[in-house]
Design a protein around this ligand. Sequence first.
Ligand code: ATP
Ligand code: MG
Length: 268
Amino acid sequence: MSNVSSAVRQQQQSKSQQAGSLPGHAHDAAPDAVQAPESQRTILAARDVRKNYRKGQNIIPVLRGLDVDIREGEFISIIGQSGCGKSTLLHLLGTLDHPDAGEIYFGGERIDNIASKQRDKLRNETFGLVFQFYHLLPELAALGNVLLPLLIGHGFFGYLSNRQTFRRRAVELLSMVGLGHRLNHKPRELSGGEMQRTAIARALINGPRVLLADEPTGNLDREAGREILDILRNLNANKNLTIVMVTHDEGIAAEADRTVRLIEGRLE
Ligand SMILES: Nc1ncnc2c1ncn2[C@@H]1O[C@H](COP(=O)(O)OP(=O)(O)OP(=O)(O)O)[C@@H](O)[C@H]1O
Ligand SMILES: [Mg+2]
């Protein structure tokens, strides 16, 4: 864990530029309006966010006027029962889906209503996503999976002309998560914990500002889960990476600096 990703390092160095104050509720305005320390500024926020799903004739209300302020550099956990809307919220925060109403802000800028191309670029550069079931491509080795976001972000020729640098960065990240000896293993040749560590390396390859983790230990035994949480805590403490983790497990949630509860479509 001593090797540090240059991607993460560069990203941390440039952090101070973007935090900003947000429109919204009176109780949010004060800390941002006064010169808050860097670690206290809001990096990601939701304002009065509503989300329903439609299934045939039925409307399923999931988020019902949800507000949240995520501070730069914090490790926040969002806890709630199965089906309460945790994944839905994470997807909205990470621009994977749109709210029906309300707003999402990143660094003080609204991001829920931007054009899809711009949104894809923002997502690729800003958010690292980690899922319960890893979502690795089975035909690619660990190294290929970690390199994939660079191929997507830079296009084939951009990728080719930088491939040595990119490869070095990917190897560095895989080594950082303890997989320097598993670079050429395909997902089926990795354990669950190793697959999740590969997914974390992939999530870090573009130097994200925020890591969004959806039940990252949900499919792992206690020890493998502990290793994942150690990696997340290390990234937060030593690289100042902002982490939003959703879970239904109180013990896992307690690993974060702050826990909020998703109940009846709002956070408490
Ligand atoms: N595409 C969809 N269409 C219809 N209903 C959906 C859809 N996606 C989710 N839902 C419903 O919305 C609710 C919230 O789902 P969500 O996946 O956000 O819950 P969750 O809190 O992440 O649950 P879990 O802890 O089990 O992962 C659930 O009742 C689910 O059935
Ligand atoms: Mg979920």
